[in-house]
Design a protein around this ligand. Structure first.
Ligand code: GBH
Length: 476
């Protein structure tokens, strides 16, 4: 009799959140504003005119959140640290805030007491740049200022939490920070530009790399941890067999993963030339030309191999055609209807997200073969269409979210057991319904329903589904 295929015993799973999306308490315990506080107060930027001022009140309700995690049977929790709570004014000569450190220390200690790994516990940057740094020198636009400021903030975090945290992520989604924040302008700080995004992502890659260098030189030996970066990527399928659409799909992936060739492999390899030579992917360079900054030889040496794993946030698959005016994505047009008129999968509450498990499997296998790095899926999830209009008793019966997780979990298992992809962890997005950035509170990604009037938390059925699925599919 054949044994059912299982994930390895060491496989970690749990849920992810981000500071600004859940914490609230934006003026408590010495926290100073971040660019998201400012952005939310700009009329017209957030769909329902809301902000993260209260969110799910998790800065105060964190014990309740840890109990929820425990009741869901998770092994790990991914959360992010707010720079504005640790160094409120942000800079390398600015004061460190003891109250902010005490807060995260208490949370981490509580997780450990409950047997939950603060895995990837700590994303240092999930988009909430201290406003003071933006005002002082333009934030990510000033490489020579922001890199040392970020490294100093990272140093404070490594010193304050490094004895308890063995898993670190520097940045959440450089593509979103740069392209949506400084190109399209739909995320903070809301700039629109055609050169700015590439200056910003250059700074982010360097800030990441120098923080990793610091960790490896001064903390890793003592604390034995690992450190990496999280990129976001959809899987892109050519719309049809047309060669230009096949090429467009490859180009689209290259745009999303532009930092990866630089950070993933310790040594250049001839196999995937020329992208491992310490330059951006050739397909990206071909579109952007001189707007893509160069790395100095010293920088190349620091950047190359600067991630111990591949952190992946992924939600959707898109069908891709060549052309259009979308330079920031490499001149591709995306859709989700096949040539025969059928939809790719169940529609979510957001136009860009449909259920399509096979794309998740393809992406995991592609990343493993291309970068040969252990993968942690650091976000994956689904907002059910119209869920915000439903009363809680109905909303918790989240059939489409369960279908999504059933498909993606099956794809994960196939990628690991049939394709040999070294995937070591999986985090659902998200533990709670929360502040969904420019969508405000209208779009709900949680496996827990949150009543924003009372802050009452109610588990949805998907939480039970995932608990049972991982119980059945991780080796004991
Ligand atoms: C994640 O980003 C974020 O890390 C998380 O904070 C957020 O709550 C979650 O998504 C849910 O949205 O131009 O077609 O890609 C995922 C990356 C970037 C995917 C923005 C959707 C907009 C449409 N997202 N993107 S598209």
């Amino acid at each position: 009799m054949t044994q059912p295929a299982l994930l390895p015993k060491s496989f970690l799973w749990g849920y992810a959140t981000a500071s600004y999306q859940i914490e609230g308490a934006t003026d408590v315990d010495g926290r100073a504003p971040s660019i998201w506080d400012t952005f939310c107060k700009t009329p017209g930027k957030i769909a329902d005119g809301s902000s993260g001022d209260v969110a799910t009140d998790s800065y105060k309700r964190w014990k309740e959140d840890v109990q929820l995690l425990k009741s869901y049977g998770v092994k790990a929790y991914r959360f992010s640290i707010s720079w504005s709570r640790i160094v409120p004014e942000g800079g390398r000569r600015d004061a460190v805030n003891a109250a902010g450190i005490a807060h995260y220390r208490a949370l981490i200690e509580e997780l450990l007491r409950e047997g939950i790994v603060p895995f990837v516990a700590s994303t240092l940057y999930h988009w909430d740049l201290p406003q003071a740094l933006h005002d002082r020198y333009g934030g990510w636009l000033s490489k020579d200022e922001i890199v040392p400021d970020f490294v100093r903030y990272a140093d404070v975090c490594f010193r304050s939490f490094g004895d308890l945290v063995q898993n670190w992520i520097t940045f959440n989604e450089p593509w979103v920070i740069s392209v949506l924040g400084y190109g399209v302008g739909v995320f903070a700080p809301g700039h629109v530009g055609d050169a700015e995004p590439w200056i910003v992502s250059h700074s982010v890659i360097l800030a990441h790399a120098y923080a990793v260098k610091l960790y490896r030189e001064q903390f890793k030996a003592r604390h034995g941890g690992q450190i990496g970066i999280t990129l976001d990527c959809h899987w892109l399928l050519p719309y049809d067999d047309a060669p230009e659409n096949q090429e467009a799909a490859l180009r689209g992936v290259a745009f999303k993963l532009a930092p990866a060739p630089l950070t993933a492999l310790p040594e250049p390899t001839p196999r995937q030339d020329p992208i491992y030579k310490g330059c951006y992917p050739a397909r990206v360079k071909a579109v952007l030309g001189d707007r893509l900054p160069d790395f100095t030889p010293d920088e190349v040496a620091v950047v190359r191999g600067s991630s111990d794993f591949f952190g992946l946030n992924t939600y959707a698959t898109h069908l891709v055609r060549d052309g259009g005016r979308d330079e920031l994505n490499g001149f591709i047009q995306t859709g989700h209807t096949r040539p025969d008129g059928t939809p790719l999968g169940t529609q979510s509450d957001l136009p860009w997200l449909q259920t399509y498990g096979p794309g998740f499997r393809s992406l995991l296998t592609y990343l493993w073969k291309t970068y040969e790095q252990p993968i942690y899926v650091t976000e994956n999830g689904f907002p059910v269409r119209g869920e915000n209009d439903l009363p809680v008793e109905i909303a918790v019966d989240d059939a489409d979210r369960q279908e999504y997780y059933r498909n993606y979990a099956a794809a994960l298992l196939q990628a690991v057991t049939e394709d040999g992809a070294d995937v070591r962890g999986y985090f659902g997005w998200s533990l709670l319904d929360n502040f969904e950035w420019a969508e405000g509170y209208k779009v709900r990604f949680g496996v827990t329903h949150v009543d924003y009037e009372t802050q009452e938390r109610t588990p949805k059925k998907s939480a039970g589904f995932l608990r049972q699925w991982f119980e059945e599919h991780i080796a004991v």
